[in-house]
Design a protein around this ligand. Structure first.
Ligand code: BQF
Length: 281
């Protein structure tokens, strides 16, 4: 069997057209243009690419975009002051601090300074807590994008075994909660899991977010499984996922490619959250 490719880029384009329509409709009704502020500290090349991508995508759906590029030496206090200004800026509905931050800045302190109602990354403790207890919240963009992909592909989750490899606050933990909310039976695996292959081979839906190129191979996948590869790894100037695509596609029923799978959906959900933030304000 060879897997069907889940075309995240195409699904993303469809959703972004709908978002652009809603932005225009919202502007016509209220006179408000949804605005996103992105803060980038330092000159990490991958982060610069991501921020450019977010800026371009924001403008393309008709929203207002503001990027604050700060030198790597910026003090934590100066960064907190900027976040506070943006919290009080009526043009800005969403605030995103691009991670990772330089070592001398505590990420948690900065994220907790963002007004929870403008936290379009869904990383603030208030939004994380709301997700945990099933209240309405901003969902972290990558987990949200994964759920939208599964929905678009009409993947049944109720009663299925979903295995998540990776336990980060940004992807692993929140996606596990969202899968649970859809009535999947969820297993979370990580670097200390004994016999990882025995776990992943039980997965009807396998989500991999570990940040290690080609970490999951075809022999670790149940025939017919839906495989969601969250990894974005640069290897010899190429992007590769956490799943070894060549062997996995011979076993899986459906699989996301890298690039063009989860990545574009992450940006799309950022746009969706920014529109939502503007509508809620
Ligand atoms: C694609 C990210 C790790 C650490 C911090 C489209 C993106 C990537 C790939 C993108 C990511 C990954 C982002 C593709 C934003 C996703 O076509 O496959 C878009 O821009 N991403 C980020 O902002 O911070 C990260 C991964």
């Amino acid at each position: 069997m060879t897997a069907a490719i889940i075309d995240g880029k195409a699904i993303s384009n469809l959703l972004r057209k709908e978002i652009a329509r809603e932005v225009e409709e919202f502007r016509a009704e209220t006179g408000i243009t949804p605005g996103l502020a992105v803060i980038l500290v330092g000159d990490d090349p991958a982060s610069q690419t991501y921020v450019r991508n977010k800026e371009r995508s924001t403008v393309k759906v008709g929203m207002y975009s503001e990027v604050h590029r700060l030198p790597a030496e910026t003090s934590q206090q100066d960064l907190l002051n900027l976040v506070n200004e943006l919290n009080n800026d009526p043009k800005i509905h969403g605030i995103l601090v691009q991670l990772p931050l330089p070592r001398h800045i505590d990420e948690n302190t900065v994220i907790e300074a963002i007004a929870p109602g403008k936290d379009v990354d869904g990383f603030h403790a208030v939004n994380a807590g709301r997700l945990l207890i099933g209240q309405e919240s901003f969902l972290p963009c990558t987990p949200y994008g994964i759920m939208e992909l599964l929905k678009h592909e009409q993947v049944e989750l109720k009663g299925k075994h979903a295995v998540v490899v990776g336990r980060s606050n940004i992807v692993g933990k929140p996606v596990a909660l969202l899968l649970l909310r859809e009535h999947a039976t969820v297993t979370i695996c990580h670097s200390r899991t004994a016999d990882l292959g025995a776990m992943t081979r039980q997965a009807d839906v396998l989500v991999v977010a570990v940040g290690k190129p080609n970490f999951i191979t075809g022999d670790m996948i149940k025939p017919g499984a839906v495989v969601i590869d969250v990894g974005i790894n640069r290897v010899d100037d190429q992007l590769v996922g956490d799943v070894e695509f060549a062997s996995a596609k011979e076993v899986a029923g459906k699989i996301t490619p890298v690039p063009g799978g989860v990545g574009p959906m992450t940006i799309t959900m950022l746009l969706k959250n920014t529109l939502l933030a503007a509508k809620r304000c």
